[in-house]
Design a protein around this ligand. Structure first.
Ligand SMILES: [Fe+2]
Length: 181
């Protein structure tokens, strides 16, 4: 896999004397970098259009199949060009959540924050023990590390669209996800 940052260091050009001191400092778990020639940002991140109708078709099928949770589906999108960030941009990821009527998602938390748009349906979210009601067109926020679950109280399907900063955390190698008991 390619690295997000391309680096060229000229360690090989060090004199013998310097190399031997570097060797004394280094061990299996510690390396010395004497100077970096340059770094470059990730390659171009391309604009994207995600078709809602196709996404909805997929969500309905996943929820119906119920392999992860009966009546619930979650899909997320990323551009391979963001490499280890796995985002649509190096800092952000987006996706859809689908909940069948009368179903609640399993409570969980993560250190990414999320902003949701209610695309379809009506219900509420329990965020750190408190209920927040929403309906089509509303926006709600789940802060980082808040335990949350979403409940569909209507007779119709619920579709939520969310944008998170998971790309940023994934890129830093500190993305955490916890499922509650
Ligand atoms: Fe979540």
């Amino acid at each position: 896999m390619e690295h997000v940052l391309e680096r060229e260091d000229r360690q090989e050009e060090l004199t013998k004397e310097i190399k031997s001191i570097v060797k004394e400092i280094e061990n299996d778990d510690l390396k010395v970098v004497t100077f970096m020639e340059y770094t470059s940002p990730p390659k171009e991140i391309k604009p994207k259009v995600i078709k809602f109708n196709k996404a909805l078709e997929l969500l309905r099928l996943i929820a119906k199949q119920g392999k992860i949770q009966k009546g619930v589906a979650k899909i997320m999108f990323y551009s391979p060009s963001t490499e280890r960030s796995r985002g649509l941009t190096p800092t952000m990821m987006a996706g859809f959540q689908y909940i069948e009527p009368g179903v609640a998602t399993k409570p969980h938390s993560h250190n990414m924050a999320s902003i949701y748009l209610v695309v379809k349906g009506k219900g509420y979210s329990i965020i750190d023990g408190k209920k927040y009601y929403w309906e089509e067109g509303d926006i709600f926020v789940v802060p980082a590390n808040a335990v949350h679950s979403h409940v569909n109280t209507s007779n119709e399907e619920v579709v939520l669209f969310d944008v998170t900063d998971s790309g940023l955390l994934e890129n830093l190698g500190i993305l955490e996800f916890k499922e509650e008991d």
